[in-house]
Design a binder for this molecule. Structure first.
Ligand SMILES: O=C(CO)[C@H](O)[C@H](O)COP(=O)(O)O
Ligand SMILES: [Fe+2]
Length: 224
């Protein structure tokens, strides 16, 4: 059975009590850290200094999601501060393959993200350049939005292309993932699940992480 990974998004955490919030999700595989610059998306979170402090105190490794312009300028900083994976948006990058190579050289896993309306085709021949592909299941910018099922064919195509090419990829979904939607994403090929409001809004985040993991594992993608 392929591993499934649950990444709570701290976008839905209490920013003033970040260390305590990180402790609440210590059962997770990774913590998903949304960096927004108010240019690439109409929202603003934090930058490298805050992420470095999160890296210092987090009980689980960091999965950084950069929703920023000019990732060539900034993404390497997040790899250098020790993030386990750094994912930048294809729409914002001048050369996604070159940037992924740089991130790997620094020592982090390299991820590329695409918005719901962005076609997959330009990247399908370069899958081996990446460790992770993030298919956004909402328009990036805000937590608490509804899952967009129309993104699922892209995920399925990606899963099939990666398998046919023999490329081991983490296929990540982000946006609207909950106990109601995780099964459909798993069935369509996702193995790495970001969940913000579903985890931090739960009475017991650890129990919700366990439940999401079980649901994902029980609905794994079956190749056609
Ligand atoms: O990248 C993001 C938004 O752009 C967040 O990771 C995502 O929205 C998580 O929040 P939720 O699970 O509540 O949808
Ligand atoms: Fe995210």
């Amino acid at each position: 059975m392929t591993a499934t990974y649950i990444h709570p998004s701290i976008l839905s955490a209490d920013f003033v009590n970040m260390q305590a919030e990180l402790e609440r999700i210590s059962d997770a595989d990774f913590v998903h850290v949304d960096v927004m610059d108010n240019h690439f998306v109409p929202n603003l979170t934090f930058g490298p200094q805050m992420v470095a402090r999160i890296q210092d105190v987090s009980p689980v490794p960091l999965d950084v999601h950069l929703m920023i312009d000019d990732p060539e300028r900034w993404a390497p900083e997040y790899a250098e501060l020790g993030a386990a994976s750094v994912t930048f948006h294809a729409e914002a990058s001048a050369d996604p393959v070159a940037l992924a190579r740089r991130l790997r050289q620094i020592g982090s896993a390299a991820g590329v993200a695409i918005k719901p309306g962005t076609p997959l085709e330009p990247y399908l021949d370069d899958l081996s350049a990446f460790d992770l592909v993030l298919v956004m299941t909402v328009e990036p910018g805000f937590g608490g939005q509804s899952f967009m099922p129309e993104t699922m064919p892209k995920l399925r195509t990606l899963a099939e292309r990666a398998r046919n090419a023999g490329v081991e990829l983490r296929l990540q979904v982000d946006g609207g993932i909950s106990a109601d939607t995780i099964a459909i994403a798993a069935e369509n090929g996702a193995n790495t699940f970001v969940a913000g409001s579903a985890v931090f809004g739960a009475e017991h985040p650890g129990a919700m992480i366990g439940r999401l993991r079980e649901l994902a594992a029980g609905h794994q993608h079956r190749p056609a």
